[in-house]
Design a protein around this ligand. Sequence first.
Ligand code: AMP
Ligand code: MG
Length: 400
Amino acid sequence: MISVEQAQGLVRDGVIAVGTETISLSESLGRILAESPTARIAHPAHTVSAMDGYALRAENIPATPGTLTVIGESAAGHPFEGSVKDGQAVRIFTGAHVPYDTDTVVIQEDVERDGDTITINSIEPGRHIRPKAQDFNEGDPLLIPPLRLAARHVGLLAAGDRPSLQVYQRPRVAIVSTGDEIVLPGEPRTSSQIVSANGPALSAFIKTKGGNPIHLGVVKDDEVALSAIAEAAKTADLIVTSGGVSVGDRDLVRKAFGSAGLDVNFHKIAMRPGKPLMFGHLDKTPMLGLPGNPVSALVCALLFLGPAIDRLQGLPGSAPQRTPAVLGADVNANGGREDYMRAVLSQNDDGRQTATPLFAQDSSMIGALANSDALIIRPIGAPAAKTGEAVPILPLDGLL
Ligand code: AMP
Ligand code: MG
């Protein structure tokens, strides 16, 4: 059996990016930037005032207090068009063009005004002016791809006047749930049937990662039906199945997808939950065969499907970020499989994150997973650990 890390490497190497498309900036949140957009306007576009006050030439106030005559006004969107001579000043507001023949803005708090005469009580030559292009210049690259666009990036692209941009397409991820016993939520069912947790959860996870889920439905434990769905799934960018990938007589996914041309890259990894995980290619389309137990399916989705979807969108496809925490309870020594324990998080007195494993660690218990905040990672062969010892965790918030 290969390790989780080796398996993640094989998935990364076995998935390549999809194509790109041009979309409008208003649709771009969460998408992966595929071009290096340049600014079509400098920011600021002109030399502007950073404060409300008076624009003047510092040499006109060699000592304070000193007086000047106000000859006009420059407001944001309404620049002062004239010229400013010795002994003169212009009333100015934040964001307004600084008249070209002035070099200093004195804030209004340091000025007394009487009609058109102002008395300057304090001056710092050159202050309160934002030079043109202080932030970025026309033609400057704004962002470096690949990058998941967040609100601050959208703001930057808007400021640089980029109303449309090139991003990676949303990868089409085909979902196949397998099992004679599985029905969809709300469907009529017999007493021997259960409701699919995996299909809806995988669909949600794929959306969270920026993919486009295509639910191909629930397929019976039947080789012919499974081969047929394998053919249908080939046109997707990635195929994900749940169930039927273990070693029982009824676990037919490998065999049926095999007759449709599946080339298996690995099958079974040293991990709990999720040992039966399978990865391969159906023609050129990568396929992840997830175990049927919901916790196994979803932990494998977090560790392998997520990075694969990242990779399809041009990202490096790194494993989800681990963070440090301390144990909130003692844990036993770990065996020969890397363990991902369901845990709740709390803050201890010195502000450190405490991860307390749930009592319920059975891989069928979606209730336990749904009520956890993180997974505690226990490496292969880790010795027993006590409350307060440091452990790596994978936070679930915002991801799973
Ligand atoms: P399998 O991997 O097919 O042997 O399934 C392992 C366990 O997961 C069995 O108890 C199945 O009933 C259950 N299971 C399989 N698929 C799903 C699903 N889509 N939703 C919830 N449980 C499932
Ligand atoms: Mg099954």
